[in-house]
Design a protein around this ligand. Structure first.
Ligand code: C2E
Ligand code: MG
Ligand code: MG
Ligand code: MG
Length: 283
């Protein structure tokens, strides 16, 4: 079970991560290859709202696997496994392809000008052809490149590799924006901020959803926003669950707000309907 995997990538870590039962895990592992081949894993969509105007400014694409007998399977259960097996490369292109397709359609047909944010695993970024393939997909869908954001995590920079930075620079040359996801939970956070070329900082939801008046999480969030702005980065707060969170984020000038307060990640049709209603109401 462990031995056949790509060396250096941790199936063991995945197994240890507290997943529900060995049986479910084995099933997921058994089915993942076919699910990717058959295109069963698709993006769901969660809006990001401009904290000041409260209008929809962007959307994050989050992978969901709808299985006939297991129901919805969430990324925490299959992304680490997809990374450990290399399937993440194919899966990642599928998610990006679908995101750009939906984004292009909304943009062309309904004049929707919102960011599409797609999560990228380090393994994808280190693939030789990645930047070229991203460029092709953007062209193929005629997606407005300035509306594409790729979300990476600090783990990308572990080991002080300069290749990651170069790849990000090439992506930015295309006009793609780079967001650092889950900020505050990783390692060497400040060195990454200093050296990586970034456009957006996403504050990890563990800080945001824990904010209460005057507590340490609130103080940290406020300081992160200030620091990010001083570095010319836009800031997204993820995990915004209550109106109190939102009011605070607005008061400190946080740029974007994402969380269950606005919407859970929903399927394509639901999202497009929701957006249509919302935009109709705003016009
Ligand atoms: P992430 O990129 O940090 O995405 C945010 C996660 O927080 C999502 O979990 C989202 O559903 C959840 N979330 C959003 N608002 C709230 C809230 O108000 N409260 C709480 N408690 N949670 C909220 P999800 O969809 O389960 O995804 C988990 C992680 O899996 C993502 O974290 C991302 O790292 C990874 N992931 C998801 N889709 C992809 C993908 O297509 N490719 C790659 N490489 N990774 C993905
Ligand atoms: Mg993300
Ligand atoms: Mg995040
Ligand atoms: Mg996360």
């Amino acid at each position: 079970y462990e031995a056949k995997r790509t060396p250096g990538l941790s199936v063991q870590a995945y197994r240890n991560a507290g997943h529900q039962g060995h049986e479910r895990l084995l099933k997921i592992e058994h089915k993942l290859g076919d699910a990717v081949l058959d295109g069963k894993i698709v993006p769901f969509f969660q809006p990001m709202v401009d904290s000041q105007t409260l209008q929809v400014a962007g959307v994050e694409c989050l992978a969901r696997w709808q299985d006939e007998d297991m129901g919805t399977i969430y990324p925490d259960e299959f992304i680490p496994l997809a990374e450990a097996t290399g399937l993440i490369v194919d899966l990642g292109y599928q998610i990006l392809d679908k995101a750009l397709e939906v984004g292009s359609r909304l943009n062309a047909n309904e004049g929707v000008e919102v960011y599409f944010s797609v999560n990228i695993s380090p393994i994808q970024l280190f693939e030789e052809a990645f930047v070229g393939n991203v460029e092709q997909l953007i062209k193929h869908h005629q997606f407005p490149v300035h509306l594409l954001k790729l979300e990476v995590t600090e783990s990308l920079f572990m080991g002080g590799d300069i290749q990651a930075r170069e790849t990000l620079m090439r992506l930015r040359k295309l006009g793609v924006q780079i967001a650092l996801d889950d900020f505050g939970t990783g390692y060497a956070a400040l060195a990454v901020l200093r050296d990586a070329c970034l456009d957006v900082l996403k504050i990890d939801k563990s800080f945001v959803s824990a904010m209460t008046p005057g507590n340490l999480d609130q103080i940290l969030v406020k300081q992160i926003v200030e620091m990010a702005h001083a570095m010319n980065l836009k800031v997204v707060a993820e995990g915004v669950e209550t109106q109190e969170h939102q009011d605070f984020l607005q008061s400190i000038g946080c740029d974007y707000s994402q969380g269950y307060l606005w919407s859970r990640p929903v399927a394509e049709a639901t999202f497009c309907g929701w957006l249509r209603d919302k935009m109709g109401a705003e016009r």
